[in-house]
Design a protein around this ligand. Structure first.
Ligand code: EPZ
Length: 495
């Protein structure tokens, strides 16, 4: 492995998020070389310096609002499962086949990072099929890894698999949405417990496992999705037994466990957030159809409600969305469950205010609150959203206030139980007073889900809005422009 000594100095590891624009630009530039499936290090290494490329689907969209979204769209696999499933392929001794992979920039980033580590990735027969062949996994050149710095949070999950395969790993500075500090202390602590030696360097983290990785007893201070995945991806090949307490149990994690079991892992999910893993010597590739994207489903459901529309979300399923469906119904939305998807619609009548507290699964997901807030601006009365997962997930509401919404943000824990942010001066509770009519404005997308909520705001507003920086949305929403067209939205793209 080449050393990162010549790299430019960056901030502390957990502060390493680059500008979102650069992030989208880098991934768009990278998409130009995606078909080369990992064997053209030069073009990959240059990806970041091609920053002049524009966002994947245009940077600015002008929306003439007030038209109900009506029609049918189809989901693919969940962003928050697919990217981890791709990393799991590193653990197999034979190729894996992942189905229903969405064409989003987060997938392209992980594809590029696997490619620079020698994983050969090709498209399969059906659209959305990926074949991942880890036969020639190798240490990557620093420049190739560094080209992915600031692009995503997924690289931290490469650690366990790379330590098993190569005895060493180098992880670039991480990216992802700016919705809080998003430290990686749990991840590093977990890896140390397995026996990894962790060394922070100016441009990333270097790890080694001189004595191999051994099963460990781990207790997470908070049921972190990423740290739970870190334990799973490391423990399956570690020597001996791992016991994880305080695990996250999101459906995407359960689907990752399905994949690992197909590969040959032995994993038991007990009650009370305890997961036990018996390490095995060898894992094979898997064949798997990814769980549908329930965050995308909830986003389109929120769009149907706010625009007084009617959207059939093909591929959505009830079991993973029960909590969302309860709240959707309480606000005044209607849904019909079908074998092949869920129809979400505004049944007429007034929308009602609700009190929501975001939480880990099986609670109301943090990723659902941002899109749903637009419908709450139209509800008759006072709604409260208490965000308990991320400390800074209300950055998107300034634009909504500019559009006419009445939303106050508070530092106190409102509308529910005290959470870990209450005494720490974080603006993490929102009070939304409705109904208000939104009017068009020029707004800028701050993060992925906040960006989708801005789209909904513009689609449901009176008049014309210009939403800039929409390339960020393509990190997690496949073909959202085409879907908007299919649903009858009136807009123009620039950029
Ligand atoms: C995953 O992020 C998702 N991202 C997020 O989706 C999602 O919102 C989140 O889980 C919660 O469901 C991906 O799967 C790529 P966490 P993750 O570790 O794993 C704190 C979206 O829009 N924490 O469960 O990064 C952390 O700061 C995105 O699709 C530590 O303190 O989330 C947060 O407050 C956004 N130290 C809380 O735990 C750590 O080492 C939960 O984070 C790790 C986390």
């Amino acid at each position: 492995m080449s050393t990162p000594g010549d790299a430019q100095n960056r901030d502390e590891v957990q502060d390493g998020e680059e500008s979102q624009v650069e992030d989208v630009q880098a991934s768009a530039a990278q998409s130009g070389s995606e078909d080369q499936s990992g064997d053209d290090a030069k073009s990959r290494g240059d990806a970041k310096s091609h920053g002049a490329a524009v966002g994947l689907q245009g940077d600015k969209i002008t929306i003439r609002g007030g038209i109900p979204l009506v029609g049918r769209i189809e989901l693919k696999g969940a962003k928050n499962l697919v990217t981890k499933a791709m990393v799991a392929a590193l653990l197999g001794e034979s190729p894996s086949v992942l189905k229903d992979v969405p064409n989003i920039s987060d997938v392209r980033i992980v594809r590029g990072l696997l490619g620079v580590h020698g994983v050969k990735i090709t498209d399969g027969e059906e659209p959305g099929d990926l074949i991942l062949d880890p036969a020639n996994v190798e240490s990557a050149h620093f420049a190739d890894i560094d080209a992915h710095a600031g692009s995503s949070r997924i690289p931290i999950l490469f650690c366990g698999p790379l330590l098993h395969r190569l005895g060493e790993a180098f992880i670039p500075d991480l990216g992802g949405c700016r919705i809080g500090d998003r430290p990686i202390d749990y991840h590093l602590e977990v890896l140390r417990k397995f026996g990894a030696v962790v060394e922070k360097q100016p441009s990333g983290i270097r790890m080694s496992a001189p004595n191999g990785l051994k099963g460990a007893k781990v207790e997470l201070p908070y049921p972190s999705v990423g740290a739970t995945e870190q334990v799973l991806l490391t423990a399956v090949r570690a020597e001996g037994i791992t016991e994880l307490k305080g695990a996250a149990i999101e459906p995407e994690i359960m689907d990752l466990i399905n994949i690992l079991q197909k590969m040959g892992a032995i994993i038991t999910v007990d009650t009370d957030r305890v997961i036990r893993i018996e390490g095995v010597d060898r894992l094979e590739g898997y064949q798997h159809r990814a769980l549908f994207d329930r965050n995308e489903a909830a986003s389109w459901a929120a769009a149907a409600l706010a625009t007084e529309g009617d959207i059939f979300v093909g591929g959505a399923r009830q079991p993973e969305m029960v909590t969302f469906l309860n709240v959707f119904r309480k606000v005044g939305g209607a849904f019909d469950i079908h074998d092949d998807g869920i129809r979400f619609y505004h049944p007429g009548g007034e929308l009602k205010p609700v009190i929501i507290e975001t939480d880990v699964h099986p609670g109301f997901m943090t990723d659902w609150q941002q899109p749903l807030v637009i419908a709450l601006t139209k509800a008759h009365g006072v709604s409260i959203v208490h965000e308990t997962v991320y400390e800074q997930r209300f950055g998107f509401v300034d634009a909504l206030v500019e559009m006419g919404a009445t939303i106050q943000i508070h530092k106190e824990c409102l509308g529910g139980q005290a959470c870990r942010f209450g005494q720490r001066n974080f603006n993490h509770s929102a009070v939304i007073t409705g109904p208000t009519k939104l009017h068009g404005a020029d707004i800028e997308v701050p993060d992925l889900r906040g960006g989708f909520s801005h789209l909904i705001a513009a689609l449901s507003a009176d008049g014309t809005s210009t939403v800039s920086n929409v390339g960020i949305i393509s990190r997690g929403y496949e073909n959202f422009i085409t879907k908007l067209q299919l649903l009858g939205a009136d807009f123009d793209l620039e950029g």
